[in-house]
Write a protein that binds this ligand. Structure first.
Ligand code: SF4
Length: 387
C-alpha cells in the first residue's frame, strides 16, 4: 500500500525519510511544501533534489479527501462534505469572524457516544478517521481559502475538534494530527487556539494533558448524573464527579487557566432555574475549590426525530444570567451557518444509520424528563459570542 504523507507528523515524516536514506532537513522541506504551501505534487517541490523528487512518487502520495459538496452560507460560513469511502462522509465547517477564522474538524465517521441531542450521534458509528483524513480537512480548507481570498497569509487561525465524532475515542490518529496543526513548519497554531472537545473520555483527557495539552472543551449538558446519563450515555462510564476530577488534573498543563463547558439548551429538559443552580453548585464547589471554567450555552439545533426542542431565547438568557450572577462567566453561542445546516450538533452528512442508534435513542428518550413549561422573564444581559 502506498504511504500517504498526510498521515505523518514531522517526527513520522522524518522516520519515513530516514528509511529512504534522506536526512531530517529533507523531511522539514517536504512537510513545509505539503502543509504550508499546499503542494500535492512532488514535481512542484523545486528545492528538493531532483533524484528525490523522482523517487517519491513510487513510494508515497499526498492524497487529499475528495470533496462531495461545498455549501456557502449567507453569513460567510462554509461547509464541506468529504468522501471518506464506503459510503461514509464527514463534514468540516469554516466560520469566519472579524478577528479569526475557525475550522471545525471531524475525527470520526459517525460517533459511538450517541448523545441524545446530536445529529451525528443519531447516525451511529462507522469508523475512525486516519491522521491523514483529519489533517486533509485542514489542508484542503486552508489552501482553498487562501486561493479563494487571494491571501498569502494563513486564513485559519483556530481549529476546534468539534465536528463529527468523539476525538478522544480516536486518540492514536488525533495526536499526530494535533502535533502537525501546532508545528511551526506546518500550520503553526498556538495551543490556545487549538481546542479538543470531549464528551468526557477521562483516561484520554489525562493522556492529552501529558502528550499534547491544548485548550479543552467538555460537553457537559447536564448538572446531575441522572440527567446526564440520559443525554450523554458516556456519563454512565465516567460520571460527572470523575469528569470534573479529570478537568482539575488537566488544568495545570492546559494553555488556558479554565475549562470550557458546553451546555446545549434543551427546552424543559436541562434549562430550568434549578438546573442553573445545580450547575453553579457543581462548578463552584467540586473538589472543595471548584473548577475554573467558562460555560458556553448552545441553542439546540433541532433535527428530525430528535424529540427535542430548543429552549426559548428568554430561557437561555435567564439561565445565562443566573450563571453570570453566580460568578461563572457564561456566553451564548452565536448560531452560524443556519441556512446550510452547519450549526453545532447538526453535522450529519448524507450517511445512513447503520447501528440502530435511532432505536436506542428512542428508548432513551422515554426516560428523559418530560418537558416543563418555562415561565420566562424578560431578556437578561448575557454576553453573546462564539466560544
Ligand atoms: S456530541 Fe460529540 S460525542 Fe456526542 S454524539 Fe455528537 S459527536 Fe459524538
Amino acid at each position: 500500500m502506498t504511504v500517504n504523507l498526510l498521515d505523518f507528523d514531522l517526527e513520522g515524516l522524518t522516520a519515513f525519510c530516514e528509511q529512504l536514506g534522506e536526512k531530517r532537513f529533507r523531511a522539514v522541506q517536504l512537510f513545509r511544501w505539503i502543509h504550508q504551501k499546499g503542494a500535492s505534487r512532488f514535481d512542484e517541490m523545486t528545492d528538493l533534489a531532483k533524484s528525490l523528487r523522482e523517487k517519491l512518487p513510487s513510494v508515497c502520495t499526498i492524497t487529499p479527501l475528495p470533496v462531495l459538496s461545498r455549501q456557502d452560507s449567507a453569513d460567510g460560513t462554509i461547509k464541506w462534505l468529504f468522501d471518506v469511502g464506503d459510503g461514509n462522509a464527514v463534514e468540516t465547517v469554516f466560520i469566519p469572524e472579524d478577528d479569526r477564522g475557525t475550522l471545525c474538524v471531524s475525527s470520526q465517521a459517525g460517533c459511538a457516544v450517541g448523545c441524545r441531542f446530536c445529529s451525528t450521534g443519531h447516525q451511529g458509528f462507522s469508523r475512525n478517521l486516519s491522521t491523514g483524513e483529519i489533517l486533509a480537512q485542514l489542508w484542503y480548507a486552508e489552501h482553498f481559502l487562501r486561493r479563494h481570498l487571494n491571501s498569502p497569509e494563513r486564513v485559519i487561525t483556530n481549529v476546534v475538534m468539534m465536528g463529527m465524532g468523539e476525538p478522544l475515542q480516536n486518540y492514536g490518529a488525533l495526536l499526530p494530527a494535533l502535533r502537525t496543526m501546532l508545528d511551526d513548519h506546518a500550520y503553526g497554531l498556538s495551543r490556545r487556539r487549538l481546542t479538543v472537545s470531549t464528551s468526557g473520555v477521562v483516561p484520554f483527557m489525562d493522556r492529552l494533558a501529558q502528550d499534547c495539552p491544548v485548550a479543552l472543551a467538555v460537553s457537559l449538558h447536564a448538572p446531575n448524573d441522572a440527567l446526564r446519563d440520559s443525554l450523554v450515555p458516556l456519563n454512565r462510564k465516567y460520571p460527572i464527579a470523575e469528569l470534573l476530577d479529570a478537568c482539575l488534573r488537566y488544568l495545570p498543563a492546559a494553555p488556558r487557566d479554565f475549562i470550557t463547558f458546553e451546555y446545549c439548551m434543551l427546552d424543559g429538559v436541562n434549562d430550568q432555574p434549578e438546573h442553573a443552580q445545580q450547575l453553579l453548585d457543581l462548578v463552584r464547589r467540586h473538589g472543595g475549590r471548584g473548577v475554573p471554567c467558562k460555560i458556553n450555552l448552545i441553542p439546540f439545533n433541532p433535527f428530525p426525530d430528535s424529540g427535542l426542542r430548543c429552549s426559548p431565547r428568554a430561557a437561555v438568557l435567564r439561565f445565562g444570567q443566573m450563571l453570570n450572577e453566580g460568578g461563572v462567566v457564561t456566553t451564548v453561542r452565536k448560531t452560524r451557518g443556519d441556512d446550510i445546516d452547519a450549526a453545532c450538533g447538526q453535522l450529519a452528512g448524507d450517511v445512513l444509520d447503520r447501528t440502530n442508534a435511532a432505536k436506542r435513542l428512542a428508548q432513551r428518550r422515554q426516560i428523559i424528563e418530560q418537558p416543563v413549561r418555562v415561565v420566562g422573564r424578560g431578556p437578561a444581559p448575557v454576553k453573546e459570542g462564539q466560544a
